[in-house]
Design a binder for this molecule. Structure first.
Ligand code: HEM
Length: 405
């Protein structure tokens, strides 16, 4: 039997894709001692866990992971409580709120960052753009003071370090826990103020949202805003870096997308399939569950490998090839079916921000292509991905001929 590399080993972190293939083929359900979880890797199994038609899974296992840094968020809720919370927050991220209020915010924040480097002929698209753009957008959508954006960015960095702290570094843990306190001290007075004097911003919308007579408490609103740092920041950050890395490594596809901007949504969907920002998410089994690789007992943690499922050869032809033109990936614009890859999950917890993320990437990539007509990787640079639970290019130094105004 083939040896399955450990998901916490350095070889796996360097390149998880060969291990994903071995797991899908030879070990579709394995017990992993270090994370005390069952790992599933086939598309059909991951899809089944996410869709959870029979109500066999919960997100109870998120409590220990998310609570110390965010408090109780929508991700930890289930059943009717989750459905109500979802109905309270989701409308702000689609339809007229997204189009009328937030598209201009996205355009403005992308342009501001690009203005910082477009005259220079060089940039690191990760450090100078991707890690900053989605966090700035969220802070601006919430209607926070621009002078506070750097603080917001610092909290963002501490939160994602906390969530990715596989080795349990005590300083990273302490910084994450401190962030929870500082974030609350900062947000709660602003939330109270917005309840008194509502504006047109996302924070005011969240404060006023009401479903069946239920509203969110100040603490609920604060926890949701905190979740947005990781859920809406780190993911979109890695999606933008990923789409650029994939296109720069495939210059013919980059040229095609540059010539026909309507291909950007396809390039995004293929990026989210090929190099998803979130590689693993966990669920807890409420009952014994039968999957293609065997039986998961009740009360077990199940680690779903999105990164492996998205390259399942029984679902996608030649899955290890990045191909914007593949015809076995659909890219509909419907809210609950942004595409059939699993990068946004599926079912009850399907990403609330999928349309916002799409809008950010589509606008951002369009503006970047305009500002950098002949963008290419810096000489000799080979992009390397970093991360195990979330994953994306570490840096992306590029060169281009600056456009004159
Ligand atoms: C949920 C991925 C962007 C907000 C999720 C989940 C995934 C995901 C995989 C499911 C987590 C689980 O079930 O355990 C992504 C990716 C993004 C992205 C790949 C970018 C390309 C965003 C943005 C927002 C956002 C921009 C901002 C609103 C959320 C929230 C949830 C969520 C609030 C929890 C939904 C629930 O529990 O019902 N996302 N996300 N995400 N996402 Fe995103």
């Amino acid at each position: 039997a083939q040896q399955v590399p450990d998901i916490l080993s350095p070889e796996f972190a360097a390149d998880p894709y060969p291990a994903y293939r071995v797991m899908r083929e030879a070990a579709p359900l394995i017990w992993h001692e270090a994370t005390k979880s069952y790992i599933v890797s086939r598309y059909e199994d991951v899809e089944r866990v996410f869709k959870d038609k029979a109500g066999e899974f919960t997100t109870d296992n998120y409590a220990w992971q998310l609570e110390p840094v965010h408090g109780k968020t929508i991700l930890q809720l289930s059943g009717r409580e989750h459905a109500v919370r979802r109905a309270l927050v989701a409308p702000a991220f689609r339809g007229s709120d997204l189009e009328r209020k937030f598209l201009p915010v996205i355009e403005r924040n992308s342009r501001e960052l690009i203005d910082g480097f477009r005259h220079t002929g060089s940039a690191d698209l990760v450090a100078d753009y991707a890690t900053r753009f989605p966090v700035n957008v969220i802070a601006d959508m919430l209607g926070l003071d621009k002078a506070d954006h750097p603080r917001f960015h610092r909290w963002y960095t501490a939160v994602i370090a906390f969530l990715g702290n596989l080795s349990g570094d005590p300083e990273v843990t302490a910084a994450g826990e401190r962030t929870r306190v500082e974030f609350a001290e900062y947000m709660l007075p602003i939330i109270r103020e917005r309840r008194e004097n509502p504006g047109d911003d996302l924070l005011s919308v969240l404060c006023a949202a009401e479903v069946d007579g239920v509203r969110m408490s100040d603490e609920d609103v604060k926890a949701f805003c905190s979740l947005l740092l990781a859920a809406g920041g780190e993911t979109t950050d890695k999606a933008i870096a990923g789409i650029f890395a994939n296109l720069l490594l495939h210059p013919d596809q980059l040229a095609a997308v540059r010539a026909d901007r309507s291909l950007i949504p396809r390039a995004l969907a293929e990026t989210l399939r090929f190099t998803p920002p979130v590689h693993m998410i966990m669920r807890q089994s409420a009952t014994e569950v039968e999957l293609s690789g065997g039986t998961v007992p009740a009360g077990a943690t199940v680690t779903c490998l999105i990164g492996a499922a998205n390259r399942d050869e029984s679902r996608y032809r030649d899955p290890d090839r990045f191909d914007v033109f593949r015809d076995d990936l659909t890219t509909t614009t419907a809210f609950s079916a942004a595409a059939d890859h699993l990068a946004f999950a599926l079912g009850r917890h399907f990403c609330v921000g999928a349309l916002l993320a799409k809008a950010e990437v589509e606008i951002g990539v369009g503006q970047l292509l305009d500002a950098m007509p002949d963008v290419r990787l810096a000489d000799g640079f080979e992009p390397a991905e970093l991360g195990v639970f979330t994953r994306g290019p570490q840096s992306l130094p590029v060169r281009f001929s600056p456009v004159r105004d």
